[in-house]
Design a binder for this molecule. Structure first.
Ligand SMILES: NC(=O)NCCC(=O)O
Ligand SMILES: [Zn+2]
Ligand SMILES: [Zn+2]
Length: 468
């Protein structure tokens, strides 16, 4: 087994900031010791590799618990494969993704999961796991949930949106929640009232309101709040925990805060796009707004402050990307003249750690909170902790050397995601990933990619470790 020492950096976890050297033995963190201590000095002499992190942060690899590589949607597929998407994740300091395997109506959960394993197997640069999207809750799939939890697929996404595609009605949602209350699974909810939204879509199109900005208008904030409220009440009735994905509306944050004030196991995730972008982007001239079409939609700018506050008060616990890229040319363009045909989703797996560090630079969150919402809590929420999400003896040596002073400009010209635009084009951020290790192996070495497809391993998960 080879020994690596990361020397001279500031180790930041969700719990503490420690000037320490880190010893890696094979794929795991073996020990931490103070800079210059006798123990640490001894390591450098016997190590196979010494990485100098003086003046840098040494942080756990990011854990992005919401990605959609190769997702079929709107007559096309998300443009990142597991190979390109996990490579881009590594470039951005993320060393674990949890992607959504999709059950298609009429087929089993198993068939969906097998299909996702086939896409990812041998392709990934960093470790990966799966949630399961349930499109068809029935007696058979309810039974299948138990087996999936046992084998490490411990979370199930249901949709109150997209009637005719992924949508589940309240009865099906209640039944899946009841099942998860018994088997330890966590229900993840896409909370938007899709039935009402479809009425508004139809009306908008009939009135000739076909531009991308109308996507945001018909997906009204109150219809996100209503669905969030309903999901919470259904989860209470079922006695099940609930995780609401991609929260964007201030009114939805208020629903989550109210539930948490009652002491309920209700959790919320938001995404960088809702923190840094707004409905103004959807209204960009011509068809440019299509680049920003996702659901839940980007909201008017004033919602952002409520999301940041939710992250500070822990009414929102996780920032994931909902990485679901579609190229502008040939994919987003499918919705010219009809916003409802624009494939929903934004790229971002490479940008999340930097954008959240920018929030640290701007004083919105602390350094430890950055690591908590991007690494530790996602790992805890989805049963990966402490193997992932922290730097501690026994943890996987998924480690990022982060230069907090190196500024760079986010651009499609330089990013590594397989998509022809950046949602953050031209934005300057302070901070940059320099070196990335995944289970002790270099993936990014001083801004050079040295990883390989197939290094990333499938990682079965335990159940939620964040319950009150
Ligand atoms: N979010 C989005 O617009 N696309 C991905 C699918 C989903 O998460 O609902
Ligand atoms: Zn969703
Ligand atoms: Zn998603």
């Amino acid at each position: 087994m080879s020994l690596t020492v990361i020397r001279g950096g500031l180790v930041i976890t969700a719990a503490e900031e420690t000037p320490a050297d880190v010893l890696i033995d094979g794929g795991r963190v073996a020990a931490l010791a103070a800079h210059g201590s006798e123990i640490a000095s001894g390591w450098s002499g016997s190590a196979d590799r010494v990485i100098d992190a003086t003046g840098k942060y040494v942080i756990p690899g990011g854990v992005d618990t919401h990605t959609h590589m190769e997702l079929p949607f709107g007559g096309t597929f998300a443009s990142d494969t597991f190979e390109t998407g996990t490579r881009a994740a590594a470039w951005g300091g993320t060393t674990t993704i949890v992607d959504f395997a999709v059950q298609t109506a009429g087929n089993s959960l198993r068939a969906g999961l097998d299909a996702w394993h086939a896409k990812a197997d041998g392709a990934c640069a960093v470790d990966y796991a799966f949630h399961m999207i349930m499109s068809d809750v029935n007696e058979d799939t309810l039974k299948e949930m138990d087996g999936l939890v046992d084998e490490g697929v411990t979370s199930f996404k249901l949709f109150m949106a997209y009637p005719g595609v992924f949508y589940s009605d309240d009865g099906r949602i209640l039944r899946a929640m009841q099942r998860s209350a018994g088997n330890g699974g966590l229900i993840m909810m896409h909370a938007e009232n899709g039935i009402a939204i479809d009425v508004l879509v139809e009306q908008a199109l009939a009135e000739g309101r076909t531009d991308p900005r109308h996507h945001g208008e018909v997906r009204h904030a109150l219809l996100e709040a209503e669905a969030t409220h309903r999901a919470i009440q259904l989860a209470r009735v079922a006695g099940a925990p609930l995780y609401v994905v991609h929260v964007s509306a201030r009114e939805a944050v208020a629903e989550l805060a109210q539930a948490r004030d009652l002491g309920l196991n209700v959790f919320g995730e938001t995404c960088p796009q809702y923190l840094f972008l707004s409905a103004d982007n959807l209204a960009e001239p011509g068809f440019e707004g299509a680049k920003y079409v996702c659901s839940t939609p980007l909201r008017p700018r004033e919602h952002q402050e409520f999301l940041w506050r939710g992250l500070r008060t822990n009414d929102l616990q996780v920032v994931s990307t909902d990485h679901c890229p579609f190229c502008f040319t040939g994919q987003k363009e499918l919705g010219r003249g009809d916003f409802s045909k624009i494939p929903n989703g934004l790229p971002g797996v490479e940008d999340r750690m930097d954008l959240l560090h920018q929030a640290v630079v701007e004083g919105r969150i602390s350094r430890r909170r950055w690591i908590e919402i991007a690494c530790a809590t996602p790992a805890r929420m989805f049963g990966l902790y402490p193997r992932k999400g922290t730097i501690a003896p026994g943890a996987d040596a998924d480690i990022v050397i982060y230069n907090p002073d190196a500024g760079h400009v986010i651009s499609a010209e330089t990013h590594h995601m397989n998509v022809d635009y950046s949602a953050y084009e031209g934005r300057t951020v302070t901070g940059r990933v320099e070196t990335v290790l995944s289970r002790g192996e270099l993936v990014i070495d001083d801004r050079s990619y040295v990883g390989r497809a197939g290094h990333g391993r499938y990682t079965p998960r335990g159940t939620c470790q964040y319950l009150i």
